[in-house]
Design a protein around this ligand. Structure first.
Ligand code: C5P
Length: 243
């Protein structure tokens, strides 16, 4: 088979041209980075697990009517997705204080937040993904106010749904990061859809009883057993790939 054209290589994924116009193939690598590339490593089997976990969560979200770029999983490490115009904003939704919000405001990690908080970061590695406000987003033309309203509404729906889904398998959804894109329909209509992936790489997932970390913080903080934690999430979701 002819080598497919690579469109983009990110830290944990590669995007290739898809089989039909308007599609892309998203390939999941085992590479892991943290602190904006300052820490690098490999988590054996991570790509396979994240491909499966993200497939499962995107399918559940599609079922409840959340539009996503996901079409179908192709194999162990690849999935077919719709080509979208990525909005250069990382949307972080937080339910419990951890990571940067705990540091920024001096809140003890694990403290429940008074309500879910949505934050925006400008996707730019050279600038270390600075936190931005709606004012910055609209003034610099990264998204319109209508698009931001749609993104907030979708993010809160996703948070409600995923918080319940994870709680059902004994996991607390502490916080997570989403990316959105513009999907252009042939009619000329534009739709905001969920893009990228949802996996333990971009969520904080804690065991509901013990608060044991089942996510990338195990890699960031050198806690060991990173693959085991990702496997545990897949196992509880009922999708652990057969050995
Ligand atoms: O580091 P911080 O506390 O701001 O991260 C909040 C959430 O967003 C975490 O779940 C983290 O995994 C995710 N995140 C991400 N990609 C980034 C920054 C944060 O997936 N570039």
């Amino acid at each position: 088979m002819a080598r497919r054209r690579m469109i983009y290589e990110g830290k944990a994924k590669v995007l290739f041209e898809g089989p039909e116009p308007g599609t892309l193939v998203q390939y999941f690598k085992d590479d892991a980075t943290a602190f904006n590339n300052k820490k690098k490593g490999t988590i054996t089997g991570k790509g396979v697990l994240n491909n499966r976990i993200s497939e499962y969560l995107m399918n559940r979200l599609n079922e409840i009517g959340v539009p996503t770029h996901f079409i179908r999983r192709l194999n162990m490490r690849e999935q077919l997705v719709r080509e979208v115009e990525i909005i250069p904003i990382e949307v972080v939704i937080r339910n419990v204080a951890a990571g940067s919000i705990a540091t920024r405001f001096g809140i003890a990690e694990g403290t429940p937040l008074p309500r879910s908080i949505v934050e925006y970061y400008y996707k730019n590695d050279e600038l270390n993904d600075p936190m931005v406000s709606e004012e910055h987003i609209t003034a610099f033309g990264w998204a319109t106010i209508q698009e931001i309203d749609e993104i907030i509404a979708l993010s809160l729906r996703i948070n409600d749904y995923l918080s319940g889904l994870f709680l059902g398998i004994g996991i607390k959804l502490v916080d997570f990061k989403l990316e959105f894109g513009r999907l252009w329909h042939e009619s000329g209509d534009m739709q905001i859809v969920l893009a990228d992936e949802i996996s333990p790489d971009n969520c904080r997932l804690w065991d509901a009883k013990t608060n044991e970390k089942l996510d990338k913080d195990r890699f960031r903080r050198d806690m060991g057993n990173v693959e085991g934690a990702y496997q545990e999430v897949a196992r509880r979701l009922g999708i652990l790939p057969e050995a």
